[in-house]
Design a protein around this ligand. Structure first.
Ligand code: HBI
Ligand code: FE
Length: 284
């Protein structure tokens, strides 16, 4: 996820200048592969009928149901053929500029470590299950793949405008915790949701959170919490619409506009919101 826990300012020993490390796939233990298999089976069952069909298509196309932690080389070869993206290993959270630079060049950075069996449901730093199971399937979807690259380019521009916080909110409420309309119903697509057992039902079915139509400026003004389920989720119409809304935005005037606008706390509804469901906010 995009949290800012422990980011070093220089690549640690063994990492390249762009912070990448070898995945060292042959070094995973049988226990580590078993943790992946357990999480994979549990999430695939949970997501049936809840996740956007493009996600399932991505899992299939990338042959991700093959047992064990995926080998990034093999995964990248399939992904490259689909959309020109690759998956590269990093030691943990990397600085924003490095993160954006990779995305802008169609490289998705993924942690290589996997949570321990006693940490199945909660961990602070993104591991290979979150990063690869959560994020990679949709990178095989051409429009979403373009959106991720545009986000990386937008990040590099946002750094020059001192607007990283705004952009991080966009990432949070789309790439990590986004919902999407599928006909009359809503489906999951955010990686933070689809890689979480608890949040994959909470985000879709619980009466507590608000579900609000996606609006770029609204999202960029909304704070988020990193320590619990979200109090509001934003719903996009389609990946085309998400890409169009963000690509069409001319970032300099957008950030100038937002400079005077107050932040919005999670859990708050505005007059102008398109409300899909008004939450009880019981779970806070
Ligand atoms: N590094 N490895 C990794 N993964 C992330 O998701 C990540 C990161 N560094 C910065 C970051 N995310 C975010 O803070 C940016 O989206 C703003
Ligand atoms: Fe993430």
């Amino acid at each position: 996820m995009g949290a800012d826990s422990t980011i070093l300012d220089a690549p640690p020993p063994g990492a390249a200048a762009d912070w990448t490390v070898p995945q060292a796939w042959a070094g995973y233990t049988a226990e580590e592969h078993a943790v992946w298999d357990h999480l994979f089976a549990r999430q695939s069952a949970m997501l049936r009928g809840r996740v956007v069909p493009d996600f399932v298509a991505g899992l299939d196309m990338l042959r991700m149901s093959k047992p064990g932690i995926p080998d990034f080389e093999e995964l990248s070869a399939r992904l490259m053929a689909a959309t020109g993206w690759r998956v590269v290993a990093v030691p943990g959270l990397v600085p924003d500029a490095i993160f954006f630079e990779h995305l802008a060049n169609r490289r998705f950075v993924a942690g290589r470590f996997i949570r321990r069996a006693d940490q199945i449901d909660y961990l602070q730093e993104p591991d290979v299950f979150h990063d690869v199971f959560g994020h990679v399937p949709l990178l095989a979807q051409p429009v979403f793949a373009d959106y991720m690259q545009a986000y990386g380019e937008g990040g590099l521009r946002a750094m020059r405008h001192g607007a990283i916080d705004r952009l991080a909110r966009l990432y949070w409420y789309t790439v990590e915790f986004g919902l999407i309309r599928t006909g009359e119903a809503l489906s999951l697509y955010g990686a933070g949701i689809v890689s979480s057992f608890g949040e994959s039902t909470f985000a879709l079915d619980d009466p507590s959170p608000h579900r609000i139509g996606f609006d770029l400026k609204r999202v960029m003004r909304t704070r988020y919490r990193i320590d619990d389920y979200q109090q509001n989720y934003f719903v996009i119409d389609s990946f085309d619409d998400l890409l169009r809304q963000t690509l069409e935005a001319d970032f300099a005037p957008l950030y100038a506009d937002l400079a005077g606008a107050p932040d919005i706390d999670p859990g708050i509804l505005l007059e102008s919101d398109q409300i899909f469901s008004r939450g009880t906010q019981r779970h806070t």
